[in-house]
Write a protein that binds this ligand. Structure first.
Ligand SMILES: [Fe+2]
Length: 560
């Protein structure tokens, strides 16, 4: 059974899932070169079918993420009239506050659902039946079926999707059972968004900057203000302030007028960690299920994830690698795939992802063609793994492009920039070169064999650590590579196994042979506000812009 998953909202994308296995998954931003693209992911749909070598008539079913479609988050500009009505209702009526009204809201707004995806897929010859899947169920399916745990507690949390901001599911016997869902009105992630906006960054895009800044502040100074805003009481997250959107933003602006950005970021981060930890601890104990899987934009917060994993009651934690809305095309396809498989037999058994290289790849010939089209002269290197390690030892910044593009927000070694992990000044000069304002240090890729010596509590977090979705406290051994450690002594590693990426593993081994270090800086191959590079052409463009000293694509090398 072949399912095409589609998401047309924030970070739109498509995916092909065959009998529960992800054959391809691409987000539209990478193809149209517009960060977090919203709209019908026309190119991703075509690209996913091309990668999976499928014609439109081979699709058995289409799974579209979201019953209501994309609604406007508060504070969002340039929204349509219909969405403004929705926003007004969210902000000023008591309706969306209770569970009963979530369903009423769904019934009221169902007819608002944009039909442009349907029109598009019919226009390209896909006749398969269409199923719409609830937004949070997509998040839940994305993480349950890739958790590798037959039984686990699933928590989703984001700004809003289909009138809901968080849900609790139990994954058992290859099925998802909804326990609770909490309305948008009680969204914790919205508070993170408000503060991101107040700090002068973009809501739902730059939350990571606030998380990075938090380590520099004193959380106690204004913790009480956030205590007033949101909490976890009687088994549910609660918006204590009783307002959302502009009204909440104005309250925070007034309350934080004379507070430094670092201090309010620290307080917000601590409050978020405290409330989410309490929330997960509550359901883990109540349901006596100690393996947890999470998804939703809030879990892009790697520090929250660390706190959850450190809870004494939590045995293991999995974060779906594409935890935000960019991952719900896969989630929709997995949910429908699982239901179809359950109808036919035992259903879809949760499995572990070997890697997340679900995007397009380019052969050495195609790379050479791109180099020549750009009127450049490349050099073919046979032992590319040694070559890259030598360049890094030499202090060069290497742009590395190889194999299939990663799925999700993190570059995991196929569209990455590598650099020396010991140079503590790197955060200044490399961020400047990449035109980024980051408050988190760069993250490392590290050999799996070395990770237990470098990170505390690593064993219980080793699965999510393959996807760079969690931080760890660092050991004394790790201090050798100070450039990848934050001021609070944590790091967000990408742990590489031979099985997940043999070529990349070999580069790391070569680097260790040359320097004694089993890790180096791995940051995404893009400049600020641009999506990660996808094709050789976009990698060459970045090289010509001067962001890397050496560009390695397959076995071809460009060096200035
Ligand atoms: Fe979401």
């Amino acid at each position: 059974m072949i399912i095409l998953g589609i998401h047309e909202g924030h970070d739109a994308g498509a995916a092909i899932v065959k009998d529960g296995e992800i054959l391809s998954a691409v987000n539209e931003e990478r193809l149209v070169r517009k960060k977090l693209f919203m709209g019908v992911p026309r190119n991703s749909i075509i690209e996913c079918m091309r990668i999976a070598k499928l014609s439109p008539d081979k699709i058995d079913k289409v799974a579209i993420a979201g019953i209501l479609g994309t609604m406007a988050p508060p504070g969002w500009e340039n929204i349509s009239f219909k969405k403004k009505i929705y926003q007004f209702i969210c902000n000023y009526t008591p309706f969306p506050k209770t569970h009963f009204f979530i369903n009423l809201q769904r019934a009221l707004f169902r007819s608002f659902r944009n039909k442009s995806v349907e029109k598009y897929i019919r226009s390209i010859g896909i006749d398969a039946p269409i199923e719409y899947v609830d937004h949070h169920k997509c998040h839940a399916a994305s993480t349950y079926y890739t958790s590798g745990k037959e039984e686990c507690l699933i928590i989703t949390s984001d700004g809003s999707g289909d009138g809901v901001s968080s849900s609790v599911y139990i994954g058992k016997d290859n099925e998802l059972r909804l326990l609770k869902e909490f309305p948008t009105f009680h969204s914790i992630a919205y508070y993170y968004g408000y503060i991101t906006q107040i700090a002068g960054f973009k809501m739902f895009r730059h939350e990571g900057k606030i998380m990075g800044l938090a380590a520099y502040g004193n959380p106690q100074k204004v913790y009480k203000i956030f205590e007033k805003c949101f909490s976890f009481k009687d088994g549910r997250p609660v918006n204590n302030l009783g307002v959302i959107g502009e009204t909440a933003i104005n309250f925070l602006k007034r309350s934080l007028r004379n507070v430094s950005m670092e201090d309010y970021s620290a307080a917000l981060q601590k409050r978020t960690e405290d409330v989410i930890s309490k929330y997960i601890d509550y359901y883990v104990k109540e349901k006596k299920i100690y393996d947890v899987a999470v998804a939703g934009g809030l879990f892009a917060n790697v520090k929250v994830n660390q706190r959850v994993l450190e809870l004494p009651a939590v045995n293991s934690l999995f974060i779906h690698p594409h935890m935000g809305d960019g991952g719900i095309a896969v989630g929709a396809a997995l949910a429908v795939s699982a239901a179809e498989m359950a109808n036919e037999g035992n259903g879809l058994k949760p499995y572990k992802l070997k890697n997340v290289y679900f995007g397009p790849s380019y052969s050495n010939d195609e790379i050479l063609e791109a180099i020549e089209n750009n009127k450049l002269k490349g050099e073919y290197i046979r032992d590319i793994e040694r070559y890259v390690a030598e360049k890094l030892e030499d202090g060069k910044v290497v742009g590395y492009f190889d194999g299939r593009m990663e799925y999700g927000p993190r570059a995991l070694g196929n569209r990455s920039i590598f650099a020396d992990p010991t140079d503590t000044s790197i955060n200044k000069w490399l961020n400047k070169r990449l035109r980024r304002t980051e408050f988190m240090p760069f993250a490392p890729s590290i050999l799996d064999t070395a990770a237990p010596d470098y990170y505390e509590n690593y064993i219980s977090g080793r699965y999510p650590a393959q996807f760079m979705t969690i931080t760890f406290n660092t050991t004394k051994e790790a201090q050798k590579a100070r450039a990848v450690i934050h001021v609070d002594n944590t790091t967000r590693p990408h742990v590489v196994s031979k099985q997940s990426n043999p070529r990349y593993y070999k580069i790391l081994e070569n680097y260790r042979e040359l320097t004694g270090l089993p890790l180096f800086v791995n940051t995404s191959f893009n400049i600020h506000e641009e999506p990660i590079v996808c094709s050789p052409d976009s990698a060459i463009k970045s090289y010509l812009n001067g962001i890397v000293d050496v560009l390695v694509m397959g076995n071809w090398v460009l060096e200035r």
